[in-house]
Design a protein around this ligand. Structure first.
Ligand SMILES: [Zn+2]
Length: 221
């Protein structure tokens, strides 16, 4: 099997992301750079807990032609390939529908990053790519337009998030850092609304209690 160890790594990462709620059902996908010419990507619509290394697809980075793997590659392979072509310093790209960051995509704004430990993983800000339907070239091109060499985390308008890293570990850490940042940002906005004496005050306070009861955990691979 070509690139067996790196395909096993994709399986391990997918299970870790599913265990922590970043990948839900078959939503979310990831790609790792295998060498200068190849990437390995998660397959389309396969349960992460049933997936083996043989299900992981090996594609040519240049044109996405399949070199190995029994399944159909993720519909977002083109988006991962675009990112890995542009960001030659990165070898991992992870796309999720993680809850807090995905909620923030509805606001359509970039997010400032203030904490030094988050900046080291994410960059000085989280940028947002304009809306385009999942799995389309249009979405890849929207992301390409906002890609920057110093920003490792991007929101996809009304969809989800994509993070990259110099290693699989750094990309996983970026995913968790983005969720922590997005949760803190949402909490702040909700708290500001809850401070006003409005009929929704009680519901907003319950929402804050729910956020506080489920702190974001680091993803340690
Ligand atoms: Zn998606």
């Amino acid at each position: 099997m070509k690139f067996e160890s790196i395909r096993r790594r994709v399986v391990e990462m997918s299970v870790l992301l599913a265990d922590h709620g970043y990948f839900a059902a078959t939503g979310g996908n990831l790609a790792l750079r295998a060498d200068d010419e190849h990437i390995v990507v998660t397959p389309s619509a396969v349960d992460y807990y049933q997936m083996g290394p043989e299900d992981i697809c090996v594609l040519r980075l240049r044109n996405l032609s399949k070199v190995d793997g029994e399944r159909k590659p993720s519909v977002e392979s083109g988006m991962h390939a675009q990112l890995l072509r542009k960001r030659t310093d990165c070898c991992a790209s992870i796309h999720t529908h993680q809850p807090a960051a995905s909620a923030l995509t509805l606001l359509g704004q970039p997010l400032p990053v203030q904490r030094a430990n988050h900046q080291a993983l994410l960059g000085p800000q989280v940028l947002i790519a304009g809306y385009a339907p999942s799995g389309t070239r249009w979405l890849s091109s929207k992301l390409t337009r906002v890609l920057r060499p110093d920003v490792n985390a991007y929101l996809l308008r009304t969809h989800g998030a994509i993070c990259c890293g110099a290693s699989p570990e750094r990309a996983l850490q970026a995913i968790a850092a983005l969720e922590a940042l997005a949760t803190a940002y949402l909490r702040e906005r909700i708290a500001a609304r809850a401070a006003l004496a409005t009929p929704e005050q009680g519901a907003l306070r319950k929402l804050i209690a729910t956020l506080d009861a489920h702190p974001v955990q680091e993803l340690i691979a």
